[in-house]
Design a protein. Structure first.
Ligand code: G3H
Length: 541
């Protein structure tokens, strides 16, 4: 049996799927608009699972994990109007609610969300093929992120619960919402990355139009009921539909105040241009990246191999933070490549529910063809796939390919492959990877492997001005979530972390008066009589 057949045999027949993992296809026909679950009969989109099913004759067939409504411009308009109405130019119930009230709604939401954990985790596995432990981690990390956000907001708000007296002026400064936020997350972390913008935007008093990603849309459905119960009508609204149809419409309306997008720089560029009042639009963006690793001659090879395997192939390389190009000093390249390739061979390919599985089916059915093309082009220009069976594919399962030596003529040197292909480039002088980073359109992170304090120190000083995180002897990653997550050039706009996100979705606003006795009396009367949510000195515990 050749290895392609082996791969095909890793897909289950329907009857092979373990009972605790089975899923009943979910045919969603409603979206949440203005506090109502509204039925959309206009049309629907079939959601194909990343996981294909093996038929009696051994062929693979797509599995429909469900379908969801295909909204158009009318549905987009309804969702937008509901969000605009709930914000009511900043006078709505939600943007004027005391912070404690908004926190209690979010806490209510979390309780309802946690009750749907298993449903959401199963949908993550079936829609995007994420291994169960990673799908569970995505859910739990999101819940922890929300709790951390609540704590960070309390700290922020308590810090602002006081008056400043400067040069005869008394002032109170707080953070206020910006308006309507259009939230769009990516398919690789559909829940987590969407919520890392949606939750801070919400808790700061903005209203939301949420458009789920193209793969991983159904997993939001159980949560729509939680949004509906926990928040006032119109605070969270959803739109499902073709992005290229509904999103430009939303942007061109001029009613979107913040574009929160984790996606491609090409889409972000074009959407920003559609907004008629560019100065009224704030963008919070997480975009493309091609984070390199640089393995220096004195690097600990075991550490470098372990971290580069995890960094390049966790969730099949489908992470914005993944290591997408590995530069290795020529003096250790052969050793590194052979150990790396052995470690890649040990990764278990299979279905998301299998114990210890690391390589799983890809949600984008077109991806294997693109990855094939990249590998074939590199091979035609002199590179080799060094791991046996690397690059074999069956259906949506693609065995990781370690491609070496990669040069700047190859697509794999420049394009963000976002999949299980690892290009390795030998270098003689560290100026070569440095030059690559300087010329790259991206600037998210880098991983540096080595032990010479003088060299690492000097390189770090150069690299921190090229990217936003230099990882020493470890892979690139976003977490811990309290750390800033940002990028230069086409990799990001704005900074996300638990506390930075609260700032990204708000603006400082202040009230000021002269330090006269009548104005002091006025302020005291407002505070003592609890006449304002803004002019207040109460603490949140
Ligand atoms: O896709 C990009 C994610 O933010 C990466 O997060 O580094 O924790 O996997 P991670």
């Amino acid at each position: 049996m050749n290895s392609v057949n082996d791969l095909a045999n890793l897909f289950p027949r329907l009857s092979d799927v373990p009972a605790e993992t089975r899923i009943t296809p979910l045919h969603q026909r409603e979206t949440l608009v203005g506090g109502e679950m509204r039925r959309i009969d206009r049309g629907c989109k079939t959601a194909l699972s990343a996981i294909q099913l093996r038929q009696e004759d051994g062929t693979l067939a797509p599995f429909e994990v469900g379908s969801y409504p295909l909204g158009g411009v009318n549905e987009a308009r309804d969702a937008l109007e509901a969000a605009v109405h709930a914000y009511d130019s900043g006078r709505g119930r939600w943007p004027t609610m005391p912070v404690a009230g908004r926190i209690s709604c979010v806490e209510h939401f979390v309780r309802l969300m946690v009750a749907r954990r298993e449903e959401v985790v199963r949908l993550i596995m079936w829609e995007i093929g994420k291994a169960r432990p990673d799908a569970e981690k995505e859910f739990d990390r999101t819940v922890e992120y929300i709790s951390a956000t609540v704590e960070a907001l309390k700290e922020l708000d308590n810090g602002n619960s006081k008056f400043h007296v400067v040069e005869g002026t008394i002032a109170q400064i707080r953070r206020s919402p910006l308006g309507v936020v259009l939230c769009m997350g990516p398919y690789n972390y559909p829940l987590n990355e969407t919520f890392t913008t949606l939750i801070p935007a919400l808790i700061m008093g903005n209203t939301i139009v949420l458009k789920p990603p193209k793969f991983g849309a159904l997993l939001f459905y159980p949560l729509l009921f939680a949004f509906q119960k926990a928040f006032p009508p119109g605070v969270v609204n959803t739109i499902y539909g073709r992005g290229e149809e509904v999103v430009p419409y939303l942007m061109a309306s001029g009613d979107i105040n913040v574009l929160a997008l984790i996606g491609s720089s090409r889409v972000a560029d074009s959407l920003k241009k559609q907004h008629p009042k560019s100065n009224r639009l704030r963008a919070v963006l997480g975009l493309d990246a091609k984070n390199p690793a640089i393995v220096l001659p004195d690097a600990d090879i075991d550490t470098a191999v372990r971290e580069c395997v995890a960094g390049s192939l966790s969730f099949n390389g489908q992470r914005c933070t993944a290591l997408k190009l590995i530069f290795v000093h020529r003096s250790i390249a052969d050793t590194f490549v052979s150990r790396f390739s052995r470690a890649v061979q040990d990764l278990k390919c299979g279905m998301p529910w299998e114990k210890g599985v690391q390589i799983t089916p890809l949600p984008d059915q077109q991806k294997p063809r693109y990855l094939d093309e990249c590998v074939a082009q590199a091979v035609s220009l002199g590179a080799c796939v060094v791991n046996p069976g690397g690059g074999d594919s069956a259906g949506t399962l693609f065995r990781p390919a370690v491609v070496y030596p990669v040069t700047d003529e190859m697509k794999l040197y420049h394009e963000e492959q976002f999949g299980p292909v690892v290009p390795i480039v030998p270098f003689d002088d560290v100026s070569e990877p440095l030059e690559y980073i300087i010329r790259s359109p991206y600037g998210q992170q880098v991983s540096l492997f080595g032990n010479d304090a003088e060299q690492i120190g000097a390189l770090t000083d150069q690299l921190v001005n090229q990217v936003c995180r230099v990882n020493l002897n470890c892979q690139c990653q976003r977490g811990p979530d309290v750390f800033p997550f940002a990028g230069r050039k086409d990799s990001a706009e704005g900074t996300l972390s638990v506390s930075d996100a609260l700032r990204s979705f708000s603006i400082r606003s202040m009230v000021a008066t002269r330090k006269s006795s009548s104005d002091k009396t006025l302020l005291n009367a407002i505070v003592d009589g609890r006449r304002s949510n803004f002019i207040a000195t109460g603490f949140l515990l």
